[in-house]
Design a protein around this ligand. Structure first.
Ligand code: HEC
Length: 157
């Protein structure tokens, strides 16, 4: 009779212990990384890497380096694609702003602004947009990442 009680209790305790070990395992991601208020997962970053390669790398560079001479206006009066690494200004914007820019283009945050940045709202799901931003954020060194995390807190959803 007593075993009937002990076995499930021990099993549950073992599962809790296992979950704690798994949770504590290093993921290779910066500690505490979030996107739009949610913890970033390894799977999300893997998806984001693919989304980036297929949709963003052609302009923003395979290594997030941006277009050459990206600070100089093009002949058509528009700006080239900036880097998404530390040398650019992606990390100056909150998660919410980055999400809106990616989904709706620059026009979503600066009305009537003419830009070569496409709106991805009809091509990518909200999950894919969050994933690509999570991937970009996962590559940043500590300082820009901490700054951007603060910006995101000041600009909640
Ligand atoms: C056809 C080229 C092109 C593609 C593809 C593209 N972008 Fe852009 N993106 C731009 C350009 C150009 C700008 C700068 C716009 C400006 O200032 O007028 C920009 C700007 C941005 C910005 C604002 C950066 C800042 O610091 O202000 C974000 C965020 C961004 N892109 C994300 C993405 C993501 C994510 C993808 C892929 C899902 C992507 N872009 C694909 C051309 C592109």
């Amino acid at each position: 009779m007593r075993w009937r009680l002990i076995v499930p209790v021990v099993t549950v305790a073992a599962l809790i212990a296992l979950a704690a070990v798994v949770r504590g395992q290093p993921t290779g991601l910066p500690e505490g990384l979030t996107i739009l208020g949610e913890p970033v997962t390894v799977e999300q970053v893997a998806l984001g890497r693919t989304v980036y390669a297929e949709n963003c790398a052609s302009c923003h560079g395979a290594n997030l380096e941006g277009q050459p001479d990206w600070k100089r206006r093009l002949d058509n009066g528009r700006m080239p694609a900036p880097p998404h690494d530390e040398s650019g200004h992606t990390w100056h914007h909150s998660d919410k702003a980055l999400f809106r820019i990616t989904k709706g283009g620059l026009g979503a945050v600066v009305p009537d602004y003419e830009s070569d940045m496409p709106a991805f709202g009809s091509k990518l799901s909200d999950e894919e947009i969050a994933a690509v931003l999570a991937y970009i954020k996962s590559t940043w060194p500590d300082r820009p990442r901490a700054y951007q995390a603060e910006r995101s807190q000041d600009d909640p959803l």
